[in-house]
Design a protein around this ligand. Sequence first.
Ligand code: HAM
Length: 428
Amino acid sequence: MAITRVRGFQDLQGLPASVASHIELLCREIAQTYDFREIRLPLVERVELFQRSSGETSDIVEKQMYVFPEGEEGSALVALRPEGTPGVVRAFIETGLDKRDPEQRFFYSGPMFRRERPQKGRYRQFNQFGVEVFGRTDAACDAELLVMIDDLRKGLGLKLETQINSLGCHRCRPSFREALLHFGREHWGELCDDCHSRMERNPLRLLDCKVDVKLAESAPKSLDYLCEECRAHFATVRELAAAAGVELIVNPRLVRGLDYYTRTAFEILSGDVGSQSAVVAGGRYDGLVEALGGSPVPGIGFAVGVERLSLAVESSPGGGSEEVSFSSFDGRVDAVLIALGDAAIRHGMGVARSLRKAGLRVEFSAPDRRMKALLQRAAKIGARFAVIVGENELNRKSVQLRDLERSQQSEVPQEQLASAIRGVSAAT
Ligand code: HAM
């Protein structure tokens, strides 16, 4: 009898293989324009890593991991990675970057394994393209990731919907948790078995109940329990995304299936791929590095589900248009963008985006830092230019272009910025 492939595992050839490769290449190019660096990690990690990050009560850890002993019988258990984030955090800590140099931007690409019930868009081996940013707490960083996903959407010519929520932080989460526990106890008889077993350990999972969706809908919402800082952070993320033309839909029921999220959580949905409609998902995880034994360094990231996005491309009527064109790279950073003041942040994100569209590699600096620290960071990552946008430049539709190598600065009209940077870079 002929040997067949294992259920939930796919062969890709022809168009689906080409579409998947195209998506991965585009993700890679876009990630490079946003100054992400590649990290390549093992497919196998210790089981505890996922238990302590993805979470004991997540479906992934409870039911879906491929677990086996590392060596002889009785040796420690390891798992095929079900997601990329925990491995990146582990490597970040293990290499000492959390202490030595915590502001990092990584991307990764490769297969993940989850023993889920297979169906269209849900496989036991699937590919993710993910990015993780460490060391940034500012809302502009969250908004930029949403803009980056929008670049990908445009590059693929897709219509997608971005849903977003804020899950609060270690300060406001406890009161939300209490409210959920109270709600859960009141409705104990109506809850499903999974909810019963997870309630005390992680009542947030109640919101994600697939059995009694109606009940979950009437449960308390995290947005009603946010502290002042979380509320302001969430408002700024939404405002900056809107200013960049990225439409967001607030979904107060969005909790995500993984335990590490704090504050911003989001899912990008396609209407063209059936019930498994989340093609990209991610969020902030400010406590995860510390929970895994590292320094208290914040983090945020997302992962693209390559197969699901391929399905969206294959089934969308306009799929394949190329509004954004990205060129190839030699690894240098062309510029850091420094925005001074709230209006300049909004505007500066647009300037950074247009430079990236022109094929330049640009890092948008943390707006909550001092100029000196920002210029030091620019020098460290080898940026040739700092593009500085303040109130005055905003009004004059110009920027200050600082050549960091020659220590020269001049005011340049915005429409000439990309060619000014290119001209100098090419001449040296
Ligand atoms: P996730 O929501 O578990 O998040 O997965 C991200 C994406 O991977 C999903 O939106 C979906 O497109 C795809 N995906 C997940 N499971 C499957 C499956 N069984 N078959 C096909 N595609 C699938 C994470 O993994 C987080 N690590 C994302 C993240 C990065 N958060 C912060 N940084």
